[in-house]
Design a binder for this molecule. Structure first.
Ligand SMILES: NC(=O)c1ccc[n+]([C@@H]2O[C@H](COP(=O)([O-])OP(=O)(O)OC[C@H]3O[C@@H](n4cnc5c(N)ncnc54)[C@H](O)[C@@H]3O)[C@@H](O)[C@H]2O)c1
Length: 259
């Protein structure tokens, strides 16, 4: 059983690694023995130094920038990648589809949807066989919260691309999975409103921490998940199990099913 979660000797590349979930994943990967490069549109040099990782600049919404960052990561590490985490994203939500402006549609789609697509397009060429690709989708891929239509669509696309890439890369032993976090306390997260929603809607009754997420990425990157590919893992505190007693009580005055 020893070593089941070990990432010793593995080279990892993480987009959106400067903050939030990506940074926590980078820290967890280092703790499990990986050599890590973080890529972000925001300067993460100091963050990278503090974690004992390397920073490269990347805009995931730009095809060439993704390829260049992957090449820089391989150059910095001196060998190919074993683990690629396509995590960078933005949380902008609009009102209804009818009222959503073009700038928001393009920004969210280019970063959250195309950004993962560019990663899946370029990363395999920089990877060893037998590696793992993990993206960050969202609970929003499965739970529709009104007003988050463009965001939800992009995150659902990530689930679709995960299944397709798993088929394409299976012959090389590269596993492709995606994590679907619920509301998580980060810069992108939804603050007090998110906390209130999680209290009512999640079985666990609380918002997630970045540490709640990091272990799932370690699992998906490690030999512990060796036979798992093409999967979307919901890490949402049980939001999608159904209404909680707390929620039922708010609506009907009783915490149990009516009838
Ligand atoms: N926080 C939540 O509640 C939550 C819930 C579900 C899914 N997610 C997803 O988790 C992922 C990480 O978000 P987070 O919550 O850690 O937020 P965060 O804002 O802390 O981190 C996002 C990172 O992505 C980077 N980034 C943004 N646009 C980029 C671009 N074009 N190119 C490269 N890097 C870019 C940012 O600079 C930042 O470092 C996102 O994909 C997000 O959609 C977050």
């Amino acid at each position: 059983m020893n070593g089941m979660f070990s990432l010793a000797g593995r080279n990892a590349f993480i987009t959106g690694g400067t903050s939030g979930i990506g940074k926590a994943v980078a820290e967890a990967f280092v703790a499990h023995g990986a050599r890590v490069v973080i890529a972000d549109i925001t300067d993460g040099s100091e963050v990278a130094d503090a974690m004992g990782t390397t920073f490269v600049r990347a805009d995931v919404s730009d095809d060439d920038s993704v390829a260049t960052a992957l090449q820089q990561a391989v150059d910095a590490l001196g060998s190919k990648l074993d683990i690629v985490v396509l995590n960078a994203g933005v949380g902008d939500v609009g009102p209804t589809f009818e009222q959503t402006d073009q700038a928001l549609i393009e920004k969210v789609t280019k970063i959250n949807h195309w950004g993962v697509l560019y990663g899946l397009k370029h990363a395999p060429g920089f990877m060893n066989d037998g590696g793992a690709i993990i993206s960050t989708s969202s609970m929003a891929a499965f739970i529709n919260v009104p007003g988050a239509g463009v965001y939800s669509a992009g995150k659902r696309a990530v689930v679709s691309m995960t299944e397709m890439a798993a088929l394409e890369l299976g012959p090389r032993g590269i596993r492709v999975n995606t994590v679907c976090p619920g509301y998580t306390a980060t810069a992108l997260g939804s603050g007090e409103e998110g906390e209130k929603l999680c209290e009512a809607f999640t079985a666990l009754g609380r918002v997630a921490t970045v540490e709640d997420m990091a272990g799932v990425y370690v699992f998906l990157a490690s030999p512990a998940s060796a036979y798992m590919t093409g999967q979307a893992l919901k890490v949402d505190g049980g939001w999608d199990c159904g209404p909680t007693s707390r929620l039922l009580e708010m609506v009907t005055g009783s915490g149990e099913a009516p009838g």
